[in-house]
Design a protein around this ligand. Sequence first.
Ligand code: NAD
Length: 549
Amino acid sequence: MRNIRAKKGLEIECKGWEQEAVLRMLYNNLDPEVAEHPETLVVYGGIGRAARNWESFDAIVETLRNLEKDETLLIQSGKPVAVFKTHDEAPRVLLANSVLVPNWANWEHFHELDKKGLMMYGQMTAGSWIYIGSQGIVQGTYETFGELANQHFGGQLNGTVTLTAGLGGMGGAQPLAVTMNGGVVIGVDVDESRIDKRIETRYTDVKTHDLDEALRMAEEARQAGTPLSIGLVGNAVDTHKAILDKGFKIDIITDQTSAHDPLNGYIPQGYSLEEAKALRDADPANYVKLAKASMAKHVEYMLEFQKNGAVAFDYGNNIRQVAFDEGVSDAFNFPGFVPAYIRPLFCEGKGPFRFVALSGDPKDIARADEEMRKLFPDNEKLLRWLDLAEEKIAFQGLPARIAWLGYGERVKMGLALNRLVRDGEISAPIVIGRDHLDSGSVASPNRETEAMQDGSDAVGDWAVLNALVNTAAGGSWISFHHGGGVGMGYSLHAGMVVVADGTENAERRLERVLTTDPGMGVVRHADAGYDIAVKVAVERGVHIPMITG
Ligand code: NAD
């Protein structure tokens, strides 16, 4: 069995730090501290992989070791397929993951190709090599629950109980994000090892197999107004029904099982993990049928909690769509989290800004955090986040941080990091990137672009333009994906990573990419008619010919 570890220290095995950065981030994606199932190259999100197979992985590593600073490596769904001479301000790697021609863009066709070894599922940051463990999603989840608290509970979640399921790579952020906002959360997962992993990383406080015990602890914490996260082992369909039958009051209901992938991501009711695996192998079609039927029930229970007064929202796993297709006609009665809580931030080009210390030294992140506090002293939400993140988040693999920054802010922070590397205040280059819960790089009608004001939810041009402009601007590795988050047929999205190695070359590229990337968020939302985006474009000088002139 392979055991890939995040590589730390100042000695490099590639011909330059930029290539080394790619290599280290690939290793990091597969570090057992970071990845959910590293032995099968699965990083997170069902079957989101970092490379197509171990042979491809080895070839990628070898190619990166020999890659010149003016060459570009092409990756097709996790397999290295070409190296071309380009130039030293062009990306070192370009990736395309799971992109299918629309008429074939479904799981059935994808699985056929996957079986033949012709494709892999790149999810979002798995196949674009910028996954940083659950911390990456904690910030987005923290923002979501924070905004939900503002809208429904006077700014804090103290005295509320959230019920959710799925404590995997992404979903594992939910318990921490809820307690960071003061609330109580019961997180159900059918796989006990997933809960154990959240307890190890301090994202979840306690674990139990006993529903009554979970409800008793939740009620006590609700009454006391103290935060508490409880990992409950069970199948969500069973636990949710039992909680409804007991009449226990749930204040907030959501879900992050991997419902986007009915074959690999969701365990049907009545099946143990082992039984599910056996059925998946023996009769995949029947498995999918049972999983979908369970999801339909799951959504019906979520709707019932909503009817009983809970705030309900979909957390980007496409479970409403599956239930709807299974005949639950009111499945879309609860909104997606983006239109409900995140869109106003997207209009300002706000979104994930993540950075990783290639040295492996946590002190580098502490120095970067300090710089961020200095640069944005009035951003209270950001300062609170940094305090909480430093206190509560254990690094997984290479030390990393994520914060949400807007148009203008990302370039400011990126250039500051490059200066700190140049001046030796940070000991080795820093990788700067983002995930795909983002303002200007994603077309995903059931998630990031749900219910757009002008009805342009399914327009994929924006995601393509994002990848193209970031390539032109000189990102270090740029990717284009299909099917991340919500599954095949439901999304197109682009990734961006750029390396701050302290050089002037990096400075020019950072300045361009950290402007074009969030700029696309402002442009996309201004074009759709959002006033905030138009205002930001005018005030901050984003040139949009038919809007700002
Ligand atoms: P994951 O595959 O690592 O985890 C899913 C978890 O759900 C697993 O631990 C599994 O045991 C559990 N599960 C499956 N069926 C269950 C059932 N019936 N009852 C209880 N638990 C069950 O996936 P992840 O990375 O945590 O992502 C979860 C979902 O969230 C995916 O659909 C993903 O696409 C979506 N997602 C959302 C966002 C966001 O911003 N909200 C971001 C990324 C991913």
